[in-house]
Design a protein around this ligand. Structure first.
Ligand code: NAD
Length: 234
């Protein structure tokens, strides 16, 4: 089976009702990211950071995967599909995708502030100051904050280097190191970028499809399955 690597960003979940922050004047649900998604923010005001991610976790449980997520599940009938996502929501998994790598962590997991390997999935969406793991240390969101290492990046590179086709959906390609992933796509593998605001990329020859995930992906997946795209581009 040919391998399709799908690299998704915040725009993938926009039509499910989860806002991107680059489309909201650099604010993420009304907060500057420096106040809620950095190690400095956590040191300064852990309560605000916990509350922010509590709200994100609660919202995630209230929304549903969209037609774009569903189309990627459909693609598995004919291709080996590996999703690499910058999203911290679980909408790919809930739609039914079987291989999802989270580069920036997962909202529905928390971990010990003392031991990063002590990770678990809480039943309730709310984590408070004073909630501790089995090692007695305060719990924090299992999220890669801005300025932190991206531990899964090497795994993402390995996956990307074996792609026959790469599809990038709903990402501005400005958050590094994630955005540099496309440089690891083999030279003979076509890359497609689905995003309503996609800009031409100088780094690689990328075919741009200007539109939203839920509108464009179902049609695009149909074309891939009927071989219209692979035969033309690969
Ligand atoms: P980003 O830089 O990847 O930008 C979002 C992109 O989505 C933009 O290019 C925009 O044009 C595009 N977009 C908007 N609506 C779309 C649609 N309906 N279909 C397809 N594309 C669409 O992402 P960001 O918002 O700047 O977030 C950066 C980081 O913050 C993410 O990598 C993630 O770690 C975190 N974040 C996660 C979520 C989530 O998990 N759902 C949401 C917001 C932010």
């Amino acid at each position: 089976m040919r391998k399709i690597v799908v690299f998704t960003g915040a725009g993938m979940s926009a039509e499910s009702g989860i806002k991107t922050f680059r489309d909201s004047d650099g604010l993420w649900e009304n907060h500057p990211v420096e106040d809620v998604a950095t190690p400095q923010a956590w040191a300064r005001n852990p309560r605000l950071v916990l509350d922010f991610y509590n709200a994100r976790r609660k919202q995630m449980r209230e929304v549903e995967p969209n037609k774009g997520h569903a189309a990627l599940v459909e693609l598995e009938k004919c291709f080996n599909v590996q999703i690499i996502t910058q999203n911290v929501d679980n909408l790919h998994e809930r739609a039914g995708s079987s291989s999802v790598l989270h580069l920036h962590g997962e909202l529905d997991k928390v971990r010990s502030t003392r031991n990063p390997k002590l990770i678990f999935t809480p039943e309730h969406w709310e984590i408070k100051l004073g909630d501790v793991g089995e090692d007695g240390a305060q719990l924090r969101p299992h999220i890669v904050w801005f300025g932190e290492q991206v531990p899964m990046f090497d795994v993402a590179i390995d996956i990307t280097q074996t792609a026959d086709i790469m599809i990038v959906v709903g990402t501005s390609l400005v958050v590094y190191p994630a955005a540099s992933l496309i440089e690891y796509v083999p030279a003979n593998a076509p890359i497609f970028l689905i995003d309503p605001k996609a800009e031409p990329q100088s780094r690689r020859n990328i075919e741009i499809i200007r539109g939203t995930a839920a509108e464009e992906l179902p049609e695009f997946v149909k074309k891939l399955i009927s071989n219209e795209i692979t035969s033309k581009n690969a």
